[in-house]
Design a protein around this ligand. Structure first.
Ligand SMILES: NC(=O)C1=CN([C@@H]2O[C@H](COP(=O)(O)OP(=O)(O)OC[C@H]3O[C@@H](n4cnc5c(N)ncnc54)[C@H](O)[C@@H]3O)[C@@H](O)[C@H]2O)C=CC1
Ligand SMILES: O=C([O-])CC(=O)C(=O)O
Length: 356
């Protein structure tokens, strides 16, 4: 049991862990960080990661610390942020890193952020669907989005926590309730599906994955993940057998990792890579770069469903253009119908949870 000390002493101790003083060789504190001349005044964006101490959160924090577009990086979690923050803050890259621990520090973590990335929540174990995570993760995402509504209502929000097909609608409802909802700023991260599709298609075609671009539409679970193999760049064609193999492998990529990890979680490293690829695109859009296009699960009128993943153009306001599905072949049209059926239920489940 922790000995002695009132609440303010305990908070002071936690703050010292998160943003520690600089020590002399003997370990005596000689200089408080706030008295240092360098205040991290580099130009760039302020980014918060919620769930930063987790399997995705840690490599994501490391990769965001390496991103030259980031000037300030806030790492928030309910556990272990002091260690992760101390570790990452020693990297000699531009971003200034600060850690925040526990719900008392959520508001401070969020204040002033331009981009908030949410990988907080539990991952799958073998035999589970992403929807099996709903009961725990729905509440986590709801609380975090309430904090965003209050402290950084204009931030771009990237939702990674599963089931994305339901957590994004939950976030939208929370923002609506707070009167700050701007659909252009809320994006479900489906980038890992695209990353996997590029990799698997490149393997089949014998190409460099960096040269391949596969649009993946719909949502982020099982049959809702719909790769449009007829629209792969560079243009190519597949046999029926290749189409069946690739579609199934892309749709089940997450399960492939969950089974290989055998109870130790789901994709974390490839997800952190995908999350940074996507966050970087959002930041380039915010900076005003032209032609930034990625797939994401967003509020949409491309189908009759209120949310759908398609290619979107990212700009200063977030999602500035949503591209239509384009011509689908018969196989993809059948896949689209299956995807829409499942997606409708997942979206409705999220909305109902947030409204209750
Ligand atoms: N969108 C996608 O493509 C993918 C999504 N995921 C999802 O990402 C989520 C996280 O996965 P992992 O990092 O592997 O899990 P993890 O369990 O390793 O890490 C989750 C972190 O969230 C933290 N956390 C829990 N409650 C929190 C709260 N209220 N506020 C802040 N932090 C909180 C935990 O302390 C933990 O550090 C899971 O829901 C997983 O299914 C995973 C891979 C791909
Ligand atoms: O499969 C999971 O549970 C995690 C995930 O979303 C993915 O790897 O695509």
């Amino acid at each position: 049991m922790e000995s002695g000390g009132n609440v303010s002493h305990r908070i002071a101790r936690i703050s010292a862990h998160l943003n520690p003083p600089i020590h002399s060789q003997e370990g005596t504190s000689v200089l408080m960080r706030e008295n240092c001349r360098a205040k991290g005044g580099l130009p760039g964006f302020k980014v918060a990661i919620l769930g930063a101490a987790g399997g995705i959160g840690q490599p994501l924090a490391m990769l965001m610390k390496m991103n030259p577009l980031v000037s300030v990086l806030h790492l928030y979690d309910v556990v272990n942020t002091p260690g992760v923050t101390s570790d990452i803050s020693h990297m000699d890259t531009g971003a200034v890193v600060r850690g925040f621990l526990g719900k008392e520090q959520l508001e401070e973590a969020l204040t002033g952020m331009d981009l908030v990335i949410i990988p907080a929540g539990v991952p799958r174990k073998p035999g589970m669907t992403r929807d099996d995570l709903f009961n725990i993760n729905a509440g986590i995402v709801k609380t975090l989005c309430e904090g965003i509504s209050k402290c950084c209502p204009k931030a771009i929000v990237n939702v990674i926590s599963n089931p994305v097909n339901s957590t994004v609608p939950i976030a939208a409802e929370v923002f609506k309730k707070a009167g700050i909802y701007d659909p252009r700023r809320l994006l479900g991260v489906t980038m890992l599906d695209v990353v996997r599709a590029n990799t698997f298609v490149a393997e089949v075609l014998g190409l460099d994955p960096r040269e391949v671009n596969v649009p993946v539409v719909g949502g982020h679970a099982g049959v809702t993940i719909l790769p449009l193999l007829s629209q792969v760049k560079p243009p190519c064609s597949f046999t029926a057998e290749e189409t069946e193999y690739l579609t199934s492998r892309i749709q089940n990529g997450g399960t492939e990792v969950v089974e290989a990890k055998a109870g130790a979680g789901s994709a974390t490293l490839s997800m952190a890579y995908a999350a940074v690829k996507f966050a970087d695109a959002c930041l380039r859009g915010l900076r005003g770069d032209a032609g930034v296009v990625e797939c994401a699960f967003v509020s949409s009128q491309v189908t009759e469903l209120p949310f759908f993943a398609t290619r979107v153009r990212l700009g200063r306001k977030g999602v500035e253009e949503i591209f239509p599905l384009g011509p689908l072949n018969e196989y993809e049209r059948a896949g689209l119908e299956k995807a829409k059926k499942e997606l409708a239920g997942s979206i409705e489940k999220g909305v109902a949870f947030a409204r209750k």
